[in-house]
Design a protein around this ligand. Structure first.
Ligand code: MN3
Length: 263
């Protein structure tokens, strides 16, 4: 018998003597609760993503298209203000709030996964930084693209049809009360799920109910549509489908699925 099993046996004997046997045995028999296992596998999966290199000191990535390229669905002035003022401000605030902190060099996704430990100011601005960074990449000039390949299969699997998925996602965006976001994410079981969050929260945050790796996002803050659509948020949400960059959503989906399989 190895030293290891001797010490294990010794541990159980001592635990039993001290009246802890039932507690110890039940811990070993049942292990972590399913929800704890799910959260820890998601925490593992996010470390495999290319965006895990982002920190609270990261900067805006340049837009991969011009301010006019999303017209007529999103007007150039809205894009300009949204990118160069709103997103720039979240980025600057996050950079400044973390500059002299011990979490400046920690991965942003790690901060999100334990966001309750940090000030709300950081949560709001780091969320604003990341959510917009993702948002810009999943849009592009309209070219009549639709989901295809493994992403299409996954959408059909979770929602029945692409039309039903779009309806579910659109409702999430239209019904989000006040400022917030609609999301399509890959959850810890590798399934696609739709959700919405308030403010600059996102599905990577420990405080968010529906957790996952986001692959598609829609900003439903008024600053995202008010110049062109005023109070008509539903029209803005419906227009969004004309400018989704499904190639990038697919890339993000494949990466998320691989990360979850490796976790
Ligand atoms: Mn915004």
């Amino acid at each position: 018998m190895s030293d290891n099993s001797n010490s294990r046996r010794d541990f159980f004997r001592k635990a039993s003597l001290s009246g802890l046997a039932i507690f110890v045995t039940s811990r070993f028999s049942f292990g972590a609760k399913p929800s704890e296992q799910a959260n820890s596998s998601l925490k593992q999966a996010i470390t495999k993503l290319s965006e895990y290199q982002l920190t609270a000191q990261s900067k805006q990535n340049p837009l991969q298209y011009g301010y006019t390229d999303l017209e007529p669905y999103i007007d150039a002035k809205t894009m300009e203000i949204h990118f160069s003022k709103h997103h720039a401000a979240y980025t600057k605030n996050m950079n400044e709030a973390s500059a002299t902190s011990d979490f400046a060099s920690k991965p942003l996704f790690q901060l999100f996964s334990e966001i309750e430990k940090y000030p709300v100011f950081l949560k709001n601005n780091a969320g604003g930084f990341y959510n917009h960074l993702l948002f810009w990449t999943i849009m592009g000039h309209s070219n009549g693209q639709e989901p295809e390949g493994t992403l299409l299969n996954a959408i059909n699997d979770s929602f029945g049809t692409v039309a039903k998925f779009k309806e579910t996602f659109s409702i999430a965006g239209k019904k989000q009360f006040g400022s917030g976001w609609a999301w399509l994410s890959v959850n810890e079981q590798g399934k696609l799920v739709v959700s919405s969050t308030p403010n600059q929260d996102n599905p990577l945050m420990s405080t968010t109910e529906v957790k996952g790796i986001p692959v598609l996002a829609l900003d439903v803050w008024e600053h995202a549509y008010y110049l062109q659509y005023q109070n008509r948020r539903p029209d803005y949400v419906d227009s969004f489908w004309k400018i989704v960059n499904w190639k990038e959503v697919s890339r993000r989906y494949e990466e998320a699925i691989l990360a979850i399989k490796q976790a």
